[in-house]
Ligand binder design. Structure first.
Ligand code: HEC
Length: 177
């Protein structure tokens, strides 16, 4: 290098400066990373404990992982929360004799369709009544294929209860007088 050239010495100094500067930067970065690692190492157990015990944080987590719905079958617990519902099924859904007759039996029995004994026709019913009510109930509930025709079980309304059918038979017999 020609010392006579202006700037030659400065260039050398610059390079040295940059070398040192770069080394210092690397060392500082190393120290920073090291300190960060050390702080994590020292803080980790404390931080975990804090996260697990902090009430506010816990509440937030609970809120986030809260189930959308909850099925409670324990009656005592429900009662405590005032959520016991009265069973809805016990509402009077039992039909009376006339109601059953008018929805399920009248189609055949009011006009005497397909061999059905007509309601109110005393002659048509006399022999049938003579069998005894139990037989009439049984034939109405279970169905009955007689000489006159086919009486379907419960008049085809299998959703009706035995009691409702019995009430309808009683109503039909009453109509005969
Ligand atoms: C699809 C037509 C039909 C419907 C609906 C019907 N029945 Fe009948 N039922 C008959 C016929 C037909 C007979 C006569 C069968 C025979 O004696 O051959 C009969 C007979 C009867 C008898 C006499 C049974 C006996 O032992 O002599 C009773 C009681 C009776 N039905 C009640 C009912 C009641 C109650 C309902 C409504 C819940 C009903 N029926 C709906 C067709 C019907």
């Amino acid at each position: 290098m020609d010392a006579g050239q202006p700037g030659a010495n400065v260039n050398g100094q610059d390079r040295k400066f940059f070398d040192v500067f770069f080394m210092v930067l690397v060392i500082l970065a190393g120290i920073a990373v090291g300190l960060f690692g050390l702080s994590r190492f020292v803080a980790a157990p404390v931080q975990t404990e804090w996260m697990q015990t902090d009430e506010r944080l816990r509440a937030q987590v609970e809120e986030r992982i809260r189930p959308i719905g909850r099925l409670v079958t324990d009656e005592a617990a429900l009662e405590e929360r005032g959520e016991v519902m009265e069973p809805a099924a016990t509402v009077a859904t039992t039909l009376t004799g006339p109601q059953v007759y008018n929805t399920a039996c009248t189609s055949c029995h009011s006009a005497g369709i397909a061999g059905a004994p007509r309601t109110g026709d005393t002659a048509a019913w006399r022999e049938r009544i003579a069998q005894g009510m139990d037989i009439l109930y049984q034939h109405s509930i279970e169905g009955f294929l007689g000489e006159a025709g086919y009486m379907p079980p419960k008049g085809g309304r299998l959703d009706l209860s035995d009691e409702e059918i019995i009430a309808a038979v009683d109503f039909m017999i009453e109509e005969i007088g």
